[in-house]
Design a protein around this ligand. Structure first.
Ligand SMILES: C[S@@+](CC[C@H](N)C(=O)[O-])C[C@H]1O[C@@H](n2cnc3c(N)ncnc32)[C@H](O)[C@@H]1O
Length: 234
Protein backbone atom coordinates (compact mmCIF):
# COMPACT_ATOMS: atom_id res chain seq x y z
CA UNK A 1 0.00 0.00 0.00
CA UNK A 2 1.43 3.39 -1.03
CA UNK A 3 0.55 5.18 2.26
CA UNK A 4 2.46 2.54 4.23
CA UNK A 5 5.56 3.07 2.08
CA UNK A 6 5.34 6.84 2.47
CA UNK A 7 4.74 6.64 6.21
CA UNK A 8 7.75 4.35 6.68
CA UNK A 9 10.01 7.00 5.09
CA UNK A 10 8.81 9.78 7.41
CA UNK A 11 11.79 10.53 9.68
CA UNK A 12 9.67 12.45 12.20
CA UNK A 13 7.34 9.48 12.71
CA UNK A 14 10.34 7.16 13.01
CA UNK A 15 11.90 9.34 15.70
CA UNK A 16 8.62 9.75 17.58
CA UNK A 17 8.11 5.97 17.52
CA UNK A 18 11.57 5.37 18.87
CA UNK A 19 11.08 7.99 21.64
CA UNK A 20 7.68 6.47 22.47
CA UNK A 21 9.28 3.04 22.81
CA UNK A 22 11.97 4.25 25.17
CA UNK A 23 9.49 6.18 27.33
CA UNK A 24 6.99 3.30 27.54
CA UNK A 25 9.57 0.62 28.36
CA UNK A 26 9.83 1.68 32.01
CA UNK A 27 6.08 1.08 32.46
CA UNK A 28 6.21 -2.55 31.28
CA UNK A 29 3.70 -1.79 28.52
CA UNK A 30 3.82 -5.31 27.08
CA UNK A 31 2.48 -6.74 30.38
CA UNK A 32 -0.72 -4.66 30.35
CA UNK A 33 -2.95 -6.82 28.15
CA UNK A 34 -4.97 -10.02 28.21
CA UNK A 35 -6.52 -12.21 25.53
CA UNK A 36 -9.81 -13.91 26.51
CA UNK A 37 -8.87 -13.46 30.16
CA UNK A 38 -5.28 -14.67 29.93
CA UNK A 39 -2.17 -12.41 30.22
CA UNK A 40 -0.47 -12.00 26.86
CA UNK A 41 3.00 -10.46 26.94
CA UNK A 42 2.73 -8.71 23.59
CA UNK A 43 2.08 -5.31 22.11
CA UNK A 44 -1.49 -5.03 20.70
CA UNK A 45 0.01 -4.02 17.35
CA UNK A 46 1.85 -7.34 17.03
CA UNK A 47 -1.31 -9.21 18.04
CA UNK A 48 -3.11 -7.55 15.12
CA UNK A 49 -0.24 -8.49 12.78
CA UNK A 50 -0.46 -12.12 13.91
CA UNK A 51 -4.22 -12.08 13.34
CA UNK A 52 -3.62 -10.90 9.75
CA UNK A 53 -0.95 -13.57 9.21
CA UNK A 54 -3.12 -16.37 10.62
CA UNK A 55 -6.07 -15.39 8.43
CA UNK A 56 -3.81 -15.17 5.37
CA UNK A 57 -1.85 -18.43 5.76
CA UNK A 58 -4.49 -20.50 7.60
CA UNK A 59 -1.99 -22.69 9.47
CA UNK A 60 -2.98 -26.12 10.73
CA UNK A 61 -0.21 -25.89 13.34
CA UNK A 62 1.19 -22.91 15.23
CA UNK A 63 4.29 -23.62 17.32
CA UNK A 64 5.51 -21.10 19.87
CA UNK A 65 8.57 -21.25 22.12
CA UNK A 66 7.96 -19.30 25.34
CA UNK A 67 4.53 -19.75 26.97
CA UNK A 68 4.66 -17.64 30.20
CA UNK A 69 0.99 -17.09 31.21
CA UNK A 70 -0.25 -18.64 27.98
CA UNK A 71 -2.06 -15.62 26.53
CA UNK A 72 -0.46 -16.01 23.14
CA UNK A 73 -1.34 -19.72 22.98
CA UNK A 74 -4.97 -18.87 23.83
CA UNK A 75 -4.91 -16.12 21.21
CA UNK A 76 -3.63 -18.42 18.43
CA UNK A 77 -6.09 -21.16 19.47
CA UNK A 78 -9.00 -18.70 19.33
CA UNK A 79 -8.01 -17.59 15.83
CA UNK A 80 -7.83 -21.24 14.71
CA UNK A 81 -11.24 -21.83 16.30
CA UNK A 82 -12.65 -19.02 14.16
CA UNK A 83 -11.06 -20.51 11.04
CA UNK A 84 -13.15 -23.57 11.83
CA UNK A 85 -10.76 -26.33 10.77
CA UNK A 86 -8.89 -28.55 13.21
CA UNK A 87 -5.79 -26.33 13.65
CA UNK A 88 -3.61 -26.99 16.68
CA UNK A 89 -1.26 -24.91 18.85
CA UNK A 90 1.93 -26.29 20.40
CA UNK A 91 3.73 -24.34 23.13
CA UNK A 92 7.16 -25.07 24.62
CA UNK A 93 8.49 -23.56 27.84
CA UNK A 94 11.35 -24.46 30.14
CA UNK A 95 9.20 -23.64 33.18
CA UNK A 96 5.42 -23.93 33.01
CA UNK A 97 4.34 -22.59 36.40
CA UNK A 98 1.60 -24.59 38.12
CA UNK A 99 -0.91 -21.71 38.32
CA UNK A 100 -0.30 -20.83 34.64
CA UNK A 101 -0.76 -24.44 33.56
CA UNK A 102 -3.99 -24.75 35.56
CA UNK A 103 -5.40 -21.54 34.05
CA UNK A 104 -4.52 -22.61 30.49
CA UNK A 105 -5.90 -26.13 31.01
CA UNK A 106 -9.23 -24.72 32.29
CA UNK A 107 -9.64 -22.36 29.33
CA UNK A 108 -12.22 -23.28 26.63
CA UNK A 109 -9.49 -22.89 23.99
CA UNK A 110 -7.30 -25.53 25.66
CA UNK A 111 -8.94 -28.13 23.41
CA UNK A 112 -6.59 -26.91 20.63
CA UNK A 113 -3.44 -26.54 22.79
CA UNK A 114 -0.60 -28.93 23.66
CA UNK A 115 2.30 -27.90 25.90
CA UNK A 116 5.77 -29.41 26.26
CA UNK A 117 7.90 -28.50 29.25
CA UNK A 118 11.65 -28.30 28.64
CA UNK A 119 14.20 -26.13 26.88
CA UNK A 120 13.28 -25.33 23.30
CA UNK A 121 16.81 -26.28 22.24
CA UNK A 122 16.86 -29.60 24.09
CA UNK A 123 17.06 -32.23 21.36
CA UNK A 124 14.54 -34.54 23.08
CA UNK A 125 12.01 -31.67 23.06
CA UNK A 126 12.85 -30.84 19.44
CA UNK A 127 12.21 -34.46 18.47
CA UNK A 128 8.82 -34.37 20.22
CA UNK A 129 7.98 -31.18 18.32
CA UNK A 130 8.91 -32.76 14.96
CA UNK A 131 6.86 -35.86 15.80
CA UNK A 132 3.89 -33.64 16.68
CA UNK A 133 4.29 -31.66 13.44
CA UNK A 134 4.38 -34.74 11.20
CA UNK A 135 1.67 -34.65 8.49
CA UNK A 136 0.83 -30.97 9.15
CA UNK A 137 0.56 -29.00 5.93
CA UNK A 138 0.86 -25.35 6.95
CA UNK A 139 3.11 -24.56 9.92
CA UNK A 140 3.73 -21.17 11.52
CA UNK A 141 6.54 -20.85 14.09
CA UNK A 142 6.93 -18.09 16.69
CA UNK A 143 10.10 -17.72 18.77
CA UNK A 144 9.55 -15.92 22.08
CA UNK A 145 11.58 -17.71 24.76
CA UNK A 146 15.13 -16.83 25.87
CA UNK A 147 16.22 -13.71 23.94
CA UNK A 148 20.01 -14.21 23.75
CA UNK A 149 21.74 -14.35 20.36
CA UNK A 150 23.04 -17.88 20.91
CA UNK A 151 19.68 -19.29 22.03
CA UNK A 152 17.61 -17.68 19.27
CA UNK A 153 20.14 -18.64 16.59
CA UNK A 154 19.95 -22.25 17.81
CA UNK A 155 16.11 -22.08 17.76
CA UNK A 156 16.23 -20.67 14.22
CA UNK A 157 18.48 -23.55 13.14
CA UNK A 158 16.30 -26.17 14.87
CA UNK A 159 12.80 -24.88 14.06
CA UNK A 160 13.03 -23.02 10.72
CA UNK A 161 12.77 -26.17 8.61
CA UNK A 162 9.35 -26.85 10.16
CA UNK A 163 7.95 -23.67 8.58
CA UNK A 164 6.14 -24.42 5.35
CA UNK A 165 6.44 -22.36 2.16
CA UNK A 166 4.39 -19.10 2.23
CA UNK A 167 4.08 -19.32 6.00
CA UNK A 168 5.93 -17.27 8.63
CA UNK A 169 8.72 -17.60 11.15
CA UNK A 170 8.15 -14.80 13.66
CA UNK A 171 10.99 -13.79 15.96
CA UNK A 172 9.87 -11.55 18.82
CA UNK A 173 11.89 -8.99 20.75
CA UNK A 174 14.28 -8.11 17.94
CA UNK A 175 13.54 -4.55 19.16
CA UNK A 176 16.10 -5.09 21.97
CA UNK A 177 18.79 -4.14 19.44
CA UNK A 178 17.16 -0.71 18.96
CA UNK A 179 16.82 0.08 22.66
CA UNK A 180 19.30 1.70 25.04
CA UNK A 181 21.51 -0.64 27.13
CA UNK A 182 19.53 0.25 30.27
CA UNK A 183 16.47 -1.50 28.77
CA UNK A 184 18.03 -4.94 29.34
CA UNK A 185 20.57 -4.12 32.06
CA UNK A 186 19.53 -7.02 34.36
CA UNK A 187 19.06 -9.52 31.50
CA UNK A 188 21.39 -12.01 29.78
CA UNK A 189 20.64 -10.24 26.46
CA UNK A 190 21.23 -6.68 25.29
CA UNK A 191 22.58 -4.65 22.39
CA UNK A 192 24.66 -6.89 20.10
CA UNK A 193 23.28 -10.05 21.75
CA UNK A 194 19.57 -10.49 21.03
CA UNK A 195 17.01 -11.94 18.59
CA UNK A 196 17.77 -9.33 15.89
CA UNK A 197 21.48 -10.16 15.81
CA UNK A 198 20.50 -13.85 15.62
CA UNK A 199 18.10 -13.22 12.71
CA UNK A 200 20.78 -11.27 10.82
CA UNK A 201 23.29 -14.08 11.25
CA UNK A 202 20.72 -16.73 10.32
CA UNK A 203 19.74 -14.92 7.12
CA UNK A 204 23.37 -14.80 5.93
CA UNK A 205 23.24 -18.52 5.18
CA UNK A 206 19.53 -19.33 4.90
CA UNK A 207 17.75 -18.36 1.69
CA UNK A 208 14.32 -19.82 2.49
CA UNK A 209 13.26 -16.69 4.37
CA UNK A 210 13.03 -12.98 3.73
CA UNK A 211 12.03 -10.15 6.07
CA UNK A 212 8.47 -8.99 5.41
CA UNK A 213 9.15 -5.26 5.73
CA UNK A 214 5.56 -4.28 4.99
CA UNK A 215 4.43 -5.66 8.37
CA UNK A 216 6.83 -3.56 10.44
CA UNK A 217 6.32 -0.55 8.14
CA UNK A 218 2.60 -0.50 8.81
CA UNK A 219 2.83 -1.31 12.51
CA UNK A 220 5.65 1.14 13.27
CA UNK A 221 5.19 0.12 16.91
CA UNK A 222 6.36 -3.51 17.03
CA UNK A 223 8.63 -5.62 19.20
CA UNK A 224 9.65 -7.53 16.06
CA UNK A 225 11.40 -5.21 13.59
CA UNK A 226 13.17 -7.51 11.05
CA UNK A 227 11.46 -10.36 12.93
CA UNK A 228 8.54 -11.16 10.59
CA UNK A 229 10.24 -13.68 8.29
CA UNK A 230 8.30 -14.98 5.34
CA UNK A 231 9.13 -18.44 4.00
CA UNK A 232 9.61 -18.14 0.23
CA UNK A 233 10.83 -21.66 -0.68
CA UNK A 234 9.91 -25.28 -0.05
C1 LIG B 1 8.49 -13.47 26.94
S1 LIG B 1 7.91 -14.86 27.79
C2 LIG B 1 6.79 -15.57 26.63
C3 LIG B 1 5.57 -14.74 26.42
C4 LIG B 1 4.46 -15.39 25.65
N1 LIG B 1 4.90 -15.87 24.36
C5 LIG B 1 3.32 -14.41 25.44
O1 LIG B 1 3.23 -13.85 24.33
O2 LIG B 1 2.56 -14.18 26.38
C6 LIG B 1 9.32 -15.91 27.72
C7 LIG B 1 9.14 -17.35 28.24
O3 LIG B 1 10.25 -18.10 27.75
C8 LIG B 1 10.55 -19.11 28.69
N2 LIG B 1 11.92 -19.61 28.46
C9 LIG B 1 13.09 -19.11 28.89
N3 LIG B 1 14.11 -19.87 28.48
C10 LIG B 1 13.58 -20.88 27.76
C11 LIG B 1 14.12 -22.01 27.07
N4 LIG B 1 15.43 -22.27 27.06
N5 LIG B 1 13.26 -22.83 26.41
C12 LIG B 1 11.93 -22.60 26.42
N6 LIG B 1 11.37 -21.57 27.08
C13 LIG B 1 12.17 -20.72 27.74
C14 LIG B 1 10.33 -18.44 30.04
O4 LIG B 1 10.08 -19.43 31.04
C15 LIG B 1 9.14 -17.52 29.76
O5 LIG B 1 7.93 -18.13 30.15
Amino acid sequence: METIKEMSKNEKIKNLTSDWFILMSKYEYSYHFTWLGCSIIQFPQDVIAMQEIIWQVKPDLIIETGIAHGGSLIFYASMLELLGDDGQVLGIDIDIRKHNRMKIEKHPMFKRITMFEGSSIDLDIVKKVYDFARNKKSILVVLDSMHTHEHVLKELELYSSLVTNNNYLVVYDTVIENMPESFSSNRPWGKGNNPKTAVREFLKTNNRFEIDKEIENKLLITVAPEGYLKCIKD
